[in-house]
Design a protein around this ligand. Structure first.
Ligand code: S0N
Length: 271
């Protein structure tokens, strides 16, 4: 039995770590792990930690209990203009969380243990990988309950399942089994519920043996195509970071500080 260590106590999420694997669990099983602006705020803070902490190599997103991964926005706090949190301000801050998942330079795995519905479905879609239990159910509800996600929840979904299926998912608001979701291309693996965490941790342990820089670059590259200028910025930023690690870049900086002309001739010019 692995021992997850709490990184920080929160009200609406659990945030734990085990051997380089961070686990963010939406902890509102009473509401099928539907999120409020405060849940999202806590998850966003946890994601900043995951970005900054060198001990974190991979992140798991999941929901508490065995009924739901996440049932989307909490309908009890939905108001005009967004979802109302403790500060009384309507927000759509799950969008910030989606961006944080995509731009984290480390792999993020959705461990789907039940319903992944509405904004909860979009959360698994934006994660890099999805591992689902056999009892998981996937679907969008927006056009039935008065919302929609025309961003990643549509465009990135369509990249995964194709345009026709994405339109079916949104227009009909049906639910799909884990096996159907895998056949469509939006789930990587389906396992019995009792094996879900073991399998997800095995995948994480395999990923942790791979080169972090290679994973970072491939994630940015895969994102760039869909993310336009923002995606190119992310990919280019990583290239700049790698350039800073080269002697050729250091020569430029050193020459400036030493008030001399830089000697770039000494560096190889590969074909
Ligand atoms: C998950 C479903 C299918 C489960 O059905 P089942 O098994 O019949 O259980 P229930 O009895 O319905 O549910 C058990 C208890 O859990 C509560 N509950 C479930 N989901 C929610 C929810 N989303 N909010 C609040 N409570 C929830 C039930 O009420 C029940 O409690 P009791 O026993 O007291 O009745 C089924 O529950 C279901 O269909 N749930 C609703 C799914 C849904 O429509 N979610 C919202 C969809 N919309 C979004 O997620 C917003 C999208 C979004 O976030 C977004 C997108 C783009 C841009 C911005 C935003 C943004 O808003 O930020």
């Amino acid at each position: 039995m692995r021992e997850w260590k709490t990184i920080k106590e929160y009200e609406e999420i659990k945030f734990e770590i085990f051997n380089g694997i961070a686990k963010i669990t939406i902890n509102r099983p009473r509401y099928y792990n539907a999120f409020t602006p405060d849940t999202n705020k806590e998850m966003l803070e946890a994601m900043v930690y995951c970005r900054e902490c060198q001990d974190v190599r991979v992140v798991i997103f999941t929901g508490a209990g065995d009924k739901a991964f996440c049932a989307g926005g909490d309908q009890n706090v939905k108001s005009t203009g967004g979802y109302i949190g403790k500060d009384g301000v309507p927000r759509l801050n799950v969008l910030d969380l989606q961006k944080a998942i995509r731009s984290l330079p480390k792999p993020v795995i959705a461990m789907v243990n039940g319903f992944a519905i509405g904004g909860g479905h979009v959360l698994h879609v934006v994660c890099d990988l999805t591992i689902a239990s056999e009892n998981a159910k996937f679907g969008q509800t927006g056009p039935k309950v008065g919302s929609f996600d025309a961003g990643f929840g549509s465009s990135y979904l369509a990249r995964q399942v194709g345009q026709k299926k994405a339109r079916e998912i949104w227009f009909l608001c049906d639910q799909y089994s884990a096996q159907e979701a895998m056949d469509m291309g939006m789930v990587n693996k389906v396992v019995p519920l009792e094996q879900l965490e073991d399998t997800t941790v095995e995948w994480c342990e395999k990923i942790i043996k791979r080169s972090p820089m290679a994973l970072r670059m491939i994630k940015a590259g895969l994102n760039a195509e869909l993310d336009g200028q923002a995606g190119i910025q992310e990919l280019a930023g990583n290239a700049t970071m790698m350039f800073y690690m080269m002697e050729e870049a250091q020569e430029g900086k050193n020459a400036f500080l030493e008030k001399r002309e830089p000697d770039f001739d000494q560096f190889p010019k590969f074909p």
